[in-house]
Design a protein around this ligand. Structure first.
Ligand code: AKG
Length: 211
């Protein structure tokens, strides 16, 4: 695709090669209710501009339509799915998946395997409140690790069934990991915004059988 307009950050241009920082001792965990938690690490990836550029231009983005009540509506973001055997579009993402697996396996008991990707072209793109409850995450604790590239957008979380929402700002190169019962007992969303924001790509790493 011809990519949406994106201005590389001056700070990031200084870092020639994209690199990952350490996870141990840097992640901050927030315990939520009912056995859910969120780990957050701003700036995990340094030099993210090259990765973002590859994601915008080399990923085969596609639009989807979904049935809502009686009509078909366009999903307000573009999507791409990398299953276990499909090489990821940038080596930094392969490194990120390996680092996440190494760090979380003692707690998760299995590797991160798949990568779902979303492209939010502007503030009009969004994802509505939901939990990732297709597959094993409907009944089992698991983890979903998200690395964010491009324009900052907030990830909101709220308890399923009602309650105040929490806001995790996700900027260029930031990591957030939702764990424990989070997909079953909490919901998350990326709301639309009227502010003029550039494109954002979210890369979500999940274990096999979680979607
Ligand atoms: O954009 C994000 O980081 C969240 C994406 C998401 O919730 C999903 O695709 O299920």
């Amino acid at each position: 695709m011809s990519g949406p307009a994106y201005q590389p950050s001056m700070l990031d241009l200084a870092a020639a090669e994209p690199t990952l920082g350490p996870l141990a001792g840097r992640l901050r965990r927030r315990q939520l209710s009912r056995g859910a938690w969120v780990d957050h690490l701003p700036g995990w990836v340094a030099g993210s501009d090259a990765v973002f550029d590859t994601l915008l231009h080399d990923v085969p983005w596609r639009g989807e339509r979904r049935t809502m009540y009686d009509s078909e509506v366009e999903v307000p973001r573009l999507l791409s799915w990398y299953g276990p055997d499909r090489p990821l579009p940038h080596p930094l993402l392969t490194e990120a998946r390996t680092a996440l697996t190494r760090h979380y396996t003692p707690e998760l008991g299995e590797p991160f395997v798949t990568a779902g990707m979303c492209l939010y072209r502007s503030g009009r793109d969004s994802v509505a409140w939901h939990g990732d409850t297709h597959g094993r995450s409907a009944h089992t604790d698991t983890m979903v690790a998200i690395v964010s590239f491009g324009a900052p957008r907030p990830l909101l979380l709220r308890p399923r069934g009602g309650g105040a929402s929490l806001r995790f700002p996700l900027g260029h190169g930031d990591l957030v990991v939702m764990g424990g019962s989070c997909q079953r007992t909490w919901e998350h969303a990326i709301p639309k915004t009227a502010r003029p924001v550039g494109p954002r790509v979210s890369v979500q790493f999940r274990p096999a059988g979680v979607a």
